[in-house]
Ligand binder design. Sequence first.
Ligand code: SF4
Length: 476
Amino acid sequence: MGTDADDKPREACGVVAMRCINKDAATYIYYALRAIQHRGQEAAGIAVNSKGLIVKKGLGLVADVISSEDIEKLSGKVGIGHTYYSIKVSKPENIQPQFLKTGVGDIAIAHNGIIVNSGLLITKLKNEGKNFIIESEEEAIIMMLADAIRSTNDIPKSIKAVCKELIGSYAFTLMINDRVFAIRDPYGIRPLCLGKLPDGKGYVAASESVALDVLGAKFVRDVLPGEAVELTDDGFKSTNIAPSINRAHCFFEWVYFARADSVIDGLSVYDVRKRIGWRLAKEAPVVADVVVPIPDSGRAHAYGFSMGSNIKMLEGLMKNRYIHRTFIMPSQAARDISVREKINPVRAVVEGKRVVIVDDSIVRGTTMKRIVSMLRTNGGASEVHVRIGSPPLIAPCYLGIDMTNRDQFIAGGNKEIDEIRKEIGADTLAYISIDGLVEAITMDKDNLCLGCVSDEYPVSIPGERRRFQQTLANFE
Ligand code: SF4
């Protein structure tokens, strides 16, 4: 992960679903959530069904929120879980899984993504006389599901009907009484995959394959865009809920969000990052003595850059791994110290050297500026060149990532690269091109969301340009 949480895009959640033959669903979910803790560190929760819904959730890391006593109480064969980073204000009532006891039973949901038209859906439900507790998009989805199940008495059909109303990004895990589902939006914007526990012990769905690895589960496949998969005692039962005309996988999953040991939509995150670095070395070569990764986010990109440039890579920056979250210090002196305690140059590596630092992205540029300066003043580097593994971030994300306004980007407002270079104090600065990025991911450009670097989005967002003009109206 990045060196400064305030200067990195933040992921908005990780989800898990579990169906097992014994009553250990919560144990599996607990470990799976810990494996995807990087996707959200503000809150966590687990819901299981065992002759009724039991939920434990709270603010904090998974290990802080769920105790061994909780796991004992959360005894059940089916369950869902969530790690949370709220792009809204962190309020305890927003923590997921969210649940309601409805006329058709207990419904709980864990959601990664953003429903762009949630305001309209909530207004519509209110006009129909529904009473909301927290007015969240998840609460709206539960209410819509309950209504649909009441009228169709068919859960997959109801999921399909509700998903047709949703615009935005969603990877859900959903528990309706003792049935559990994993659902992915028609564009496949956020990741979701399926696995099988060893010795026929059960089935799992999770945001990233690394969660399956930790459980010893075998990766089966990704949930397809526009697919709802029920986890059953014998495996998976698939329902097509919407046509997937264009995929729009979030490119940032490979560049930064996902763990490097995950495989997303068939592509190893580590390999993609390495290819990005290699490509960057070809697109923006530099004469230098050493390639230094920004720990930990730029490591695989830097390795690729080193291979592509034939410049050796060395660990010229060390990160203090025991600092997770700091409150904003009141004095400038204290703030300066807090940056230096997070990351420090290795003088033996960088002193007198022409250094290339490689990272995945720059949002505000504040951390990068400090690192460049630190390499010169504390480390004694003679030159500092910066190479970035994503194109310049210029536009907000409306689809689940915490980059919600245009003012926050150092590259915003059509700024020239040289202006940014001056701001961060580097000798040279280069970002990978959009075409270079797409080639490194090895996926068709039309199957990627590139909204925050191209300013064109895969779904209709009021006031923004849309890339795909197809309509889902004819789908039955
Ligand atoms: S706008 Fe950017 S961060 Fe958001 S989903 Fe698209 S590619 Fe990902």
